[in-house]
Design a protein around this ligand. Structure first.
Ligand SMILES: *[C@@H]1O[C@H](CO)[C@@H](O)[C@H](O)[C@H]1NC(C)=O
Ligand SMILES: *[C@@H]1O[C@H](CO)[C@@H](O)[C@H](O)[C@H]1NC(C)=O
Ligand SMILES: *[C@@H]1O[C@H](CO)[C@@H](O)[C@H](O)[C@H]1NC(C)=O
Ligand SMILES: *[C@@H]1O[C@H](CO)[C@@H](O)[C@H](O)[C@H]1NC(C)=O
Ligand SMILES: *[C@@H]1O[C@H](CO)[C@@H](O)[C@H](O)[C@H]1NC(C)=O
Ligand SMILES: *[C@@H]1O[C@H](CO)[C@@H](O)[C@H](O)[C@H]1NC(C)=O
Length: 561
């Protein structure tokens, strides 16, 4: 009897099956070994946006979206005429300013807004400039790796993603541009590499683009005694240390070069895998010594200087749900959000003419509760709504909505309808003893009338409030968020528009005609404020939160496996 196995055809089939099994094992184990998400898989992410937009409610509010697009066009063409190539325009006098190393921050930072708005003519001017006119080899002044990563690098990798996703498909913009933009992103990332070469891998706060060396800030001295050194080594706050992972992960995905993701992972590792005791789980004590990774201060909050580290924990998880570290990032975000809820949230007292109470976020420093909040911190409501929805933790969505109402009060109460740069309130009984009290008749009047007083009365064209309204609208579908966004836009249009753009307001409580502006307009006005306003009135499929993760500068990155 001849064994079946001896039949040549059968042997060949067994051999083929064997090869297929081996290949299968190799491929699947390879995926296990490289869970970083380098594959270019088009991926419909989790359901973040409100489920029932399909009933027609998610359609664009065309008229309002157009008004916001007009504001972007006005901003662009004034800049184009007066200040092309400089970082920013001076919106009152039509002069120019360059505080972002002179590479044309406005052009790069607003380019992703042009793409989402479909402003192809404007975008093609910008793309041409990016490819042909920017030289990242040289810089005006020392380079700040944090600002440069979020404004420039983030925009460049986001633009590349927008090409790949087909969002940029205008025939006006030639195909090869996608590669030109990526080449510039790689060039910039390589120039930024010295930022990551400190002994601990934590970031230097400056890079000299001539010597290609990183450097820390000079030793910190005491405010009340500049002769006395407080921190000898360079220090860094959580936001600077932990806000480069999204941008660099995308660059690694686009280039296949693992070093970008590896370096930015190492840079925030001391925060994510903090080996120091945390009195409030998830909350980092700052600032941190760059050379020893140990906390040297005891500041705890989600406000300026700490904010985007917490923001990026949940966004890193969203950007790459199957990365091996994603569960760690999610748990760290949950811990920090719960500690925020238990330790930092503060309800205001009713006052003489403002009986409604609001929820705000305080800060903490070495045992003192600081009852003041920056406009910047109004990013947190949106971040809580985003993470709460994704992780199915509805109480965090509720918290985000309550904090968003607090931010809204800072807009709705003032005569201009715009919220201030910084404000304080009197905490209700049961909340920690406050550090700040109203100091003069004006502040007493403000707290009686608005329920808060102004600690810094400017409005710098910042996005955080309307950014949170965008998350509120896209995730809950509640019309009031669109209404509040429209109120904010109308107030900004009325009070900030100047002959050459939109300008910083000196005082949001002043509505007279005279000298109300500061001759300054930062690139986040076009990169973020106008983008989030536009997205709030565009069709909810534009830049959907089910497909895109927005960086701390408002640049969208595609979610991947
Ligand atoms: C969505 O619509 C369905 C059907 O009308 C309804 O049952 C459901 O409660 C709605 N969901 C939300 C979150 O409003
Ligand atoms: C930019 O500003 C500088 C200094 O204010 C000025 O000398 C220069 O002419 C300006 N450039 C343009 C193109 O207006
Ligand atoms: C960069 O370093 C060189 C050499 O030390 C120095 O001359 C130059 O001023 C530095 N650049 C900046 C912008 O500080
Ligand atoms: C570009 O994409 C948009 C939206 O996906 C689509 O409506 C439009 O027809 C496309 N245009 C071209 C030239 O392919
Ligand atoms: C990554 O960090 C290493 C080690 O400090 C450094 O040599 C390298 O240049 C960095 N690369 C990038 C792309 O940041
Ligand atoms: C409260 O508002 C009323 C009416 O606007 C005003 O007359 C009164 O002086 C205010 N009281 C305080 C304590 O501000």
């Amino acid at each position: 009897m001849v064994s079946l196995y001896n039949k040549p055809v059968f042997r060949f089939q067994v051999f083929c099956a064997f090869v297929i099994i081996v290949l299968y094992i190799i491929i699947t184990s390879n995926l296990e070994l490289h869970p970083i998400g380098l594959q270019q898989v088009q991926f419909r992410g989790p359901s973040i946006q409100f489920e029932n937009f399909t009933d027609g409610r998610g359609a664009a509010d065309v008229e309002k979206a157009k008004k916001i697009k007009d504001a972007m066009k006005y901003t662009f063409w004034k800049y184009k005429e007066q200040a092309w190539g400089y970082d920013d325009i001076k919106p009152v006098t039509g002069g120019n300013a360059s505080s972002r190393n002179g590479w044309g921050a406005f052009i790069v930072d607003t380019s992703t807004t042009m793409a989402l708005m479909g402003l192809w003519d404007e975008l093609s001017h910008e793309v041409n400039h990016i490819i042909t006119a920017i030289d990242f080899d040289t810089a005006d002044g020392l380079v700040d790796p944090f600002e440069t990563t979020i404004r420039y690098l983030g925009a460049l990798v986001s633009l590349t993603d927008l090409y790949e996703a087909g969002v940029i498909n205008s025939t006006k913009i030639i195909e090869r541009h996608r590669d030109g933009i990526l080449t510039q992103a790689v060039k910039l990332a390589q120039k930024l590499a010295p930022a990551y070469n400190a002994n601990t891998g934590m970031m230097w706060t400056r890079v000299n683009f001539t010597t290609n060396e990183g450097e820390g800030d000079p030793p910190t001295v005491y405010r009340w005694d500049p002769e006395k050194i407080q921190y000898k080594n360079p220090t860094i706050g959580p936001a600077r240390a932990g806000s480069s992972i999204l941008e660099n992960r995308v660059l690694t995905r686009l280039t296949g070069d693992i070093s970008y993701l590896a370096n930015s992972t190492r840079a925030w590792a001391p925060l994510v895998w903090n080996k120091y005791k945390e009195d409030w789980p998830g909350i980092i004590d700052g600032p941190i010594d760059t050379f020893t990774k140990s906390p040297v201060g005891h500041q705890r909050h989600w406000d300026a200087g700490h904010d985007s580290y917490y923001e990026y924990l949940i966004k890193a998880a969203l950007l790459a749900p199957h990365d091996k570290y994603t569960p760690v990032y999610e748990n760290r975000w949950i811990a920090a959000a719960e500690s925020l809820r238990k330790r930092l949230v503060s309800q205001s007292s009713p006052t003489a003419n403002h009986t409604k109470q609001h929820l705000y976020m305080s800060k903490w420093d070495s045992g003192y509760s600081l009852n003041e909040m920056s406009h910047l911190a109004c990013f947190a409501p949106g971040n809580l709504i985003l993470g709460g929805k994704y992780l199915k933790m509805p109480h965090l969505v509720t918290l985000g909505k309550a904090l968003l109402e607090g931010c809204r009060n800072t807009y709705a109460s003032t005569p201009s309808g715009i919220g201030p740069e910084k404000f304080s309130w009197i905490p209700h009984t049961g909340y920690p003893k406050p550090t700040f009290e109203p100091q003069n008749a004006l502040q007493k009047y403000e707290v009686d009338t608005y329920g808060f007083w102004l600690a810094d009365s400017r409005y710098l064209l910042r996005p955080e409030y309307v950014e949170s309204l965008f998350y509120g609208w896209r995730i809950t579908g509640e019309q009031r968020y669109r209404d509040w966004a429209w109120e904010a836009f109308q107030a900004i249009e009325k009070h900030c528009k100047t002959p050459y753009g939109y300008a910083t307001l000196k005082d949001v409580t002043e509505i007279g005609e005279n000298k109300r502006h500061i001759d300054q307009s930062e690139s986040f006005w076009g990169a973020e404020t106008l983008k989030y306003l536009y997205l709030t009135f565009a069709d909810t499929e534009v830049g959907s939160l089910d497909e895109w993760v927005y960086s701390t500068e408002g640049h969208p990155f595609r979610m991947t496996m």
